[in-house]
Design a protein around this ligand. Structure first.
Ligand code: CU
Length: 155
């Protein structure tokens, strides 16, 4: 191999590795929308990608205090267990099912936003069939950040 083609190879490899790590970074559990209105009813969608070479078998969610989730989208093959507080408010959920490598699933939820909160910080933990888990509970900009929805004043 010439010096040039060796250099080119190295550049291509570096570019490919950058693409791989970038796509993994974008594949975290997300919540849409990232902005909603105070006091509004909103459909929130949790997008869960499988980022490993084994099945994802469970997702546990802890909901922000500033939203009341009252309905969940039915997903064939998945069961949902709610977590409620002492007052009966749904404060979290566990989705149990099976998602193969290279798949993603979107789980919808209906919620009522509080009138006096400016942001919703969601916490999710994703469990895999090999016993590993990823906790999306970190601050913004961390490796595994909590999804955040900003709440703006209603017009
Ligand atoms: Cu990720």
């Amino acid at each position: 191999m010439s010096v040039q083609s060796r250099l080119l190879n190295r550049l291509l490899l570096a570019a490919a590795m950058t693409l791989v790590s970038a796509s993994l970074a974008f594949a975290h559990i997300r919540i849409a929308p990232t902005e909603s209105s105070q006091g509004a009813r909103e459909k929130y969608t949790m997008r869960v990608p499988n980022e490993k070479q084994v099945a994802c078998i469970r997702v546990e969610g802890e909901f922000p205090a500033g939203v009341s989730i009252y309905d969940f989208e039915f997903k064939p093959g998945w069961t949902i267990d709610f977590k409620k507080d002492a007052k009966g408010k749904i404060v979290g959920a566990i989705w149990t099912g099976k998602m193969a490598p290279y798949e993603f699933v979107e789980f919808g939820m209906l919620g009522l936003n509080a009138k006096d909160e400016t942001s919703l910080v969601w916490k999710f933990v994703q469990y895999y069939d090999d016993g590993t888990k990823e906790e999306f509970t970190g601050p913004p900009g961390s490796r595994l950040p909590s999804p955040v929805t900003a709440l703006i004043p209603a017009k």
